[in-house]
Design a protein around this ligand. Structure first.
Ligand code: PGA
Length: 268
C-alpha cells in the first residue's frame, strides 16, 4: 500500500463498457453505482454513444464522469457515421477514450489520427484517455518497449506541454485484454514507468502530472496489487466494469491501495 502523503497524482478508475448494455441497463447502472466522493479520486464510465445523454441525466449529482469511446477530430463535415467533440460536449460528455487497441485493430485507427483526436479533445474540454500497448508477438519478440515508445512519442511530440499534461495514458497490453491473462504488476509498473520516462524526455514538466492507467483483465482480485505500483495511477476496466457492484468493489480497492480511506457507504 502507498501512503496517502506519498501519492503525487489523482487516482483515476475508468470502466470501458465497449459495445455492451442498453439505455435501460445504463439507467439502472446509474442507480446502482454511486462512486465515493473523495478528493483525489476520479471515476468514469465510457459508454456507447446512444447512452450518453440519458446517463448524464441519470447521474445528476454524482461524481461519476461519462466518457465516449471514440470521436472524430474534425468539427463537422462529410464523415458518415462519425461523431465530433462538439457533439459530445453538447450532451455533457466529460471525456473520451482514444486509440483503443480494438479501434486500432478493427477500424484502422493510426497514431496520426489518435494525435489529432487527442488535440481536439483537449481543446474542446474533453479528458482524453489514450490507449497504447503491444501485441503478444511483439512482447515475445522483446519489441514491446519499442512498440509502446513509438506510440507514446508520436502522441507527445505532437502535443504542446499544456496539452500533454491533460492527457491520461492507458497502458493496455493487447494480450491481456479480455483474455483473463493480466500483466504482472511488475510488468505493468515497468512499462508505465517507461511511458513516464518517455513523456519526460519530450515534456519534462508534464511527466509527473500525466495520469497513467493499466488496462487488461483488471478485476477485484488483482486491482490492489496493480495499484500498489508507483507509476500506475489508475485502471481502465473492461469486462469487470459492466457489473456496478463489482466495479464499485474495484474502485474501493484501488483507492485503498493508494492509501485513500473510503468513508461511509457507497451508493445513494
Ligand atoms: P478487459 O478490457 O478489462 O475486459 O480486459 C480492458 C479494455 O479493453 O479496456
Amino acid at each position: 500500500m502507498i501512503r496517502e502523503e506519498d501519492r503525487m497524482r489523482d487516482i483515476f478508475i475508468a470502466g470501458n463498457w465497449k459495445m455492451n448494455l442498453s439505455c435501460e441497463a445504463a439507467m439502472q447502472y446509474a442507480r446502482d453505482f454511486w462512486p465515493p466522493e473523495e478528493k483525489g479520486l476520479i471515476t468514469a464510465v465510457a459508454v456507447p454513444f446512444t447512452m450518453l445523454e440519458s446517463l448524464e441525466e441519470g447521474l445528476e449529482g454524482s461524481s461519476l464522469l461519462v466518457f465516449a469511446q471514440n470521436m472524430h477530430y474534425e468539427d463537422s463535415g462529410a464523415f458518415t457515421g462519425e461523431i465530433s467533440a462538439s457533439m459530445l460536449k453538447e450532451l455533457g460528455t466529460d471525456g473520451v477514450i482514444l486509440g483503443h487497441s480494438e479501434r486500432r485493430q478493427y477500424f484502422g485507427e493510426t497514431d496520426e489520427a489518435v494525435l489529432l483526436k487527442a488535440k481536439k479533445a483537449v481543446s474542446s474540454g474533453l479528458i482524453p484517455i489514450v490507449c497504447v500497448g503491444e501485441t503478444l508477438e511483439e512482447r515475445d519478440a522483446g519489441r514491446h518497449f519499442e512498440r509502446v515508445e513509438s506510440q507514446v512519442r508520436s502522441l507527445f511530440t505532437g502535443l504542446d506541454p499544456e496539452e500533454a499534461e491533460k492527457v491520461t495514458v492507458a497502458y493496455e497490453p493487447i494480450w491481456a485484454i479480455g483474455t483473463g491473462r493480466t500483466a504482472s504488476s511488475d510488468q505493468a509498473q515497468e512499462m508505465c514507468a517507461f511511458i513516464r520516462k518517455t513523456v519526460r524526455d519530450i515534456h519534462p514538466g508534464a511527466a509527473d502530472k500525466v495520469l497513467i492507467q493499466y488496462g487488461g483483465s483488471v478485476k477485484a482480485s488483482n486491482i490492489a496489487d496493480i495499484m500498489s505500483q508507483p507509476d500506475i495511477d489508475g485502471a481502465l476496466v473492461g469486462g469487470a466494469s459492466l457489473d456496478p457492484e463489482g466495479f464499485a468493489d474495484i474502485v474501493r480497492r484501488a483507492a485503498e491501495a493508494k492509501g485513500l480511506r473510503i468513508k461511509g457507504r457507497q451508493g445513494r
